[in-house]
Design a protein around this ligand. Structure first.
Ligand SMILES: NC(=O)c1ccc[n+]([C@@H]2O[C@H](COP(=O)([O-])OP(=O)(O)OC[C@H]3O[C@@H](n4cnc5c(N)ncnc54)[C@H](OP(=O)(O)O)[C@@H]3O)[C@@H](O)[C@H]2O)c1
Length: 319
């Protein structure tokens, strides 16, 4: 039986890994890579599968017979907002390589603030030799908002480093060694948190969630002097003017931000110059293209064998 063609529309900043990985994947199936100039006007009506990241606006009218859509990343907020999105299952990218990368980022940033790297860097610049009081990880509570694939792994690795870890999610969870809170327990969760980690998807409920009113509820008398905010979920969940105001008012003592309301972060943002704010350009957990294609291959094989797809996005809940 001929395998139906697979459409690829992945607008990642670097195309070379996509081209290289395509040589190793999808044997026996025609792949139509829209990044290749020769496919610009290609008839896409026979495509049943598509792997997408920032697809062209007219994609769904050009490919009206898609059975399954695959997101090129773990987050699907942009895909769900696309005009003409067909009512086909949308599978998001879940993979150990992406999860491990995110945990590296979260552990690094928690340790960065715990070990006062910004202060020591400033001291080094001035050729200063001055020790600061050093709390240990066990005295610090990291509160993770979002206990999904990424939040749970980060929690386990932070525990291993000795941090006290608590977590918050929409629905109640039971995770060994970690105290968890649901929607109703949000204020109690915040009142216990020294380092707040955002690993939430962007939905109507999480838009603008990390604002001044929330920062005011964080623990005030913790060992770091003031609470720290780390966000690697989505920028739309944070109010950057409120982060700056919270830093000014001492409601926050520092921040590590990988995602922003507008990306790239505009040059005039006041956050760039803050000494205790770490800014990275949405790189906490890149998708490994080979792992992404292997995941798509697995899911297509399941679909064609009549087995249920994994990691299907709930359209109504938005993640
Ligand atoms: N910066 C980067 O490089 C990067 C890379 C990959 C992913 N991300 C972002 O990370 C996000 C999380 O990824 P994931 O794989 O962990 O997602 P996931 O497995 O879908 O988990 C999402 C978690 O957030 C919780 N949640 C959702 N809406 C909520 C709400 N309104 N209130 C409270 N909790 C809520 C969910 O609660 P329930 O458990 O109750 O459902 C779940 O625990 C992605 O959506 C993406 O935006 C960023």
């Amino acid at each position: 039986m001929t395998k139906s063609p697979l459409l690829i529309d992945l607008k990642f900043s670097d195309r070379a890994p996509v081209v290289a990985a395509l040589k190793r994947h999808f044997a026996g199936r025609e792949v139509i890579d829209l990044g290749a100039a020769e496919n610009a006007g290609r008839d896409l009506s026979d495509c049943r599968y598509a792997v997408l990241w920032q697809p062209d606006a007219d994609l769904f009218s050009r490919a009206p017979n898609l059975d399954v859509l695959f997101s090129g990343g773990a987050g699907v907020d942009k895909i769900l907002a696309l005009e003409g999105l067909p009512d086909a299952p949308l599978v998001r990218f879940v993979d150990p390589s992406l999860t491990r990368r995110m945990s590296e980022y979260v552990v690094l940033q928690c340790l960065y603030h715990l070990r006062q790297v910004a202060a020591y860097r400033a001291s080094q610049k001035a050729r200063g030799w001055q020790s600061l009081p050093q709390p240990e990880a066990g005295a610090v509570t990291v509160g993770i908002m979002g206990l999904g694939e990424l939040g749970r792994d980060a929690a386990a690795k932070l525990k291993m480093m000795g941090f006290n870890v608590i977590g918050w999610s929409r629905t109640a969870k039971s995770i060994e060694g970690i105290e968890t809170f649901d929607e109703a327990g949000r204020d109690a969760f915040l009142a216990r948190t020294d380092i707040l980690v955002g690993l939430l998807p962007l939905t109507a409920e999480t838009t603008g969630l990390f604002n001044l009113a929330l920062f005011e509820k964080l623990k005030r008398d913790g060992p770091l002097g003031a609470p720290v905010f780390i966000n690697a979920g989505r920028g739309g969940s944070q109010v950057e003017a409120d982060i700056a105001a919270a830093l000014d008012r001492g409601l926050l003592g520092g921040a590590s931000l990988d995602v922003f309301e507008t990306e790239p972060l505009p040059a005039e943002s006041p956050l760039w110059e803050r000494e205790n704010v770490v800014i990275t350009p949405h790189v906490a957990a890149d998708s490994d293209i080979g792992a992404l294609f292997a995941h798509v291959e697995r899911q297509i094989a399941r679909f064609e064998a009549g087995e249920p797809l994994e990691h299907v996005v709930g359209r109504k809940r938005g993640y």
